[in-house]
Design a protein around this ligand. Structure first.
Ligand code: MLT
Length: 325
């Protein structure tokens, strides 16, 4: 045996012992949860609820940091390039499945740059407009958009955002092109919708429910097969005359590639505890969503689901030929 090989053999037991030790001491400092969109938006809302409940289980603060921009890729990059010790994690959504195809040039690996921790929730979307938009129903909206397409703008949170995907589906369903207005999250986009500075948006119920109930925006339909329990008067798109206009937005938690498996397991356990937390469950319900069952909040399930979703979106994006670059 060479000297180098002998050293490796001697070093091995120490390395094996280090992994469980890492999990036992973990977390040794506050955890940063990166939200790749602006504060006040739907991902931020989900993230802050989860962060607070995970912190109670982990015995350390989980500090939410918003790194918005470029459709969620800037925040994802921050986490992919962070120290892989479990103290920096990412909450991201369906964009993790579309970005690997939509973006052909990124400064990080959008698939192999991450470990999966577990899925969090699947959020319905709603098609909404400024309060004084001149269409009362989805049918009127469709007619209006077809007539006035050049004068209507559609807010979104950048290429790869859920609002972008839903807006694309709307435009392809209606076979029209609208002017899109990108923001670094639908939180600020919602401010402009409420203020009447943009016309339309497709956004998650975690951001739209309270505005719809308060009447500060107008809602046309939910993009789910069944009505959203928290908005029982809102028809589904199919009921309102637009079958096939369906999108829901799954969210998951990630750590940088190379984060030790015991640390990932510890984070996943904290996520599962958070998803059973009464405040999380009831706030999710108020906002039209619910936590995923415990078996989906695991690294293995999350990885399989994510990979299947990347494979599902790849041919759709390639056929559409709309890339970010
Ligand atoms: C956000 O948190 O701003 C949204 O999730 C953006 C989006 O994906 O539409």
């Amino acid at each position: 045996m060479t000297i180098i090989a002998r050293r490796l053999v001697l070093a091995l037991p120490a390395a094996l012992l280090a992994a469980p030790a890492l999990a036992q001491g973990f977390p040794t400092q506050p955890i940063t949860m990166v939200i790749p969109f602006a504060a006040g938006g739907p991902t931020d809302t989900v993230g802050r609820l989860i962060a607070e409940a995970m912190a109670r289980d982990l015995g350390q603060s989980v500090i939410v940091v918003n790194v918005g921009g470029a459709g969620g890729t800037l925040g994802a990059q921050r986490v992919a390039q962070a120290r892989p010790d479990g103290h920096t994690i990412l909450l991201h959504h369906i964009g993790m499945a579309t970005i690997p195809t939509l973006y052909r040039r990124l400064a990080y690996d959008p698939v192999n740059g991450f470990e999966t921790i577990g899925m969090v929730t699947e959020v319905p979307m709603t098609l909404v407009a400024r309060r004084d938009f001149p269409a009362q129903t989805l049918q009127e909206l469709v007619a209006h958009v077809r007539r006035e397409r050049d004068r209507i703008n559609l807010a979104n949170a950048g290429i790869g955002a859920a609002s972008h995907l839903c807006g694309l589906l709307l435009q392809s369903t209606l076979n029209v092109q609208m002017t899109t207005v990108p923001y670094n999250g639908t939180g600020p986009a919602m401010n402009d919708l409420v203020g009447g500075r943009v016309d339309l948006m497709c956004d998650q119920t975690t951001n739209t429910t309270e505005h719809i109930r308060a009447g500060t925006i107008r809602a046309y339909a939910a993009t789910t097969p069944a009505r959203v329990a928290s908005l029982p008067d809102l028809p589904t798109a199919a009921e309102a005359g637009l079958p096939g206009f369906e999108v829901s937005v799954w969210h998951g938690l990630y750590a940088p590639r190379g984060t030790p498996a015991p640390v990932i397991e510890r984070l996943s356990r904290a996520l599962q505890v958070a998803l059973r937390d009464e405040r999380v469950v009831s706030r999710f319900r108020d906002l039209g969503t619910e936590p995923v069952p415990a078996e989906r909040a695991t690294p293995g399930y999350h990885r399989r689901f994510w990979e299947a979703d990347i494979a599902k979106w790849r041919p759709i994006i390639q056929a559409a030929g709309t890339f970010a670059d």
